[in-house]
Design a protein around this ligand. Structure first.
Ligand code: ZN
Length: 260
């Protein structure tokens, strides 16, 4: 019981988000915060914005939120097309109040946030991507082996703990540097904090996991530990909606089944 639920990368997948919110309620977390990419790729961006706005204490700006609100930059064709389609859904809302509330929500998303209530008394840095480039930089599991300088630069900017999303691959980076997927962090997918250590925790993706496990991913952080969770949801529901929308590539439906 207690703790802060960390969710990220819903990507317009409302079926996954609803399942995760129900699971968080079951587990009795005190509050929920969101690390960004509420929209983009998925078929229900408006419902995801409304749910996140209702349930999350604060929410960060992800690269897809930025793309929908301003413009997509360096996006592949499927991502770019989904950004413009998502933007059109926001604009097509006939209820003026709702339309402006959603734009207000997206317009106020933060690029980074240092949360005094997360972790063991030390403030925890929250960003969507990385502490160096908060909105756009990926930290990949392989970086612990192939990009040691990059990891050193990133850890120079971390005082204790940071929480991130963006890569859609959950796990814990330590400054050895090393990467531990949830199955290797400890009994029950619980990573216990060690006095004086530094770690970057990726909570994985609610709406589009890419670690070959199609279940929605999130984590709950307590004073002394973080626990990773996976939640089954109705993938057919989301995939069928994607396939019915011409602007959303069918690949975006297929990948949900494979978790990649
Ligand atoms: Zn994302």
């Amino acid at each position: 019981m207690g703790g802060t639920a960390l969710i990220s990368d819903m990507h317009g997948n409302a079926a996954a988000l609803r399942a995760v919110l129900a699971d968080i309620k079951d587990k009795g977390a005190d509050r929920i915060v969101c690390l960004g990419d509420v929209v983009g790729y998925g078929p229900e961006p408006l419902e995801c914005i409304d749910l996140v706005a209702e349930h999350c204490e604060w929410t960060l700006l992800g690269n897809h939120d930025y793309a929908v609100l301003y413009e997509p930059t360096n996006f592949n064709p499927a991502a770019e097309s989904s950004s413009y389609w998502t933007r059109a859904q926001l604009d097509n809302e006939s209820d003026v109040e709702k339309r402006s509330a959603r734009y207000r929500f997206l317009g106020h998303l933060r690029v980074r946030y240092v949360d005094p209530k997360l972790g063991n008394g030390k403030p925890v840095l929250a960003v969507h991507g990385s502490p160096r480039r908060p909105v756009n930089e990926y930290i990949f599991p392989d970086d612990a082996i192939h990009a040691v300088d990059k990891m050193r630069n990133i850890f120079d900017l971390v005082d204790g703990y940071a929480v991130v999303g963006h890569s859609h691959v959950p796990g814990v980076f330590t400054n050895e540097p090393e990467f531990y997927p949830p199955d290797e962090v400890g009994e029950g997918k619980v990573y216990k904090f060690i006095e004086g250590e530094k770690a970057v925790i990726n909570v994985g993706a609610v709406g589009q996991p890419r670690d070959h496990d199609p279940r929605a991913s999130y984590a709950i952080m307590y004073e002394d530990r973080v626990q990773f969770h996976r939640v089954e949801y109705n993938i057919d529901e989301t995939a069928e909606k994607i396939r019915r929308i011409p602007e959303l590539s069918n690949w975006l439906a297929d990948r949900l089944y494979e978790g990649r």
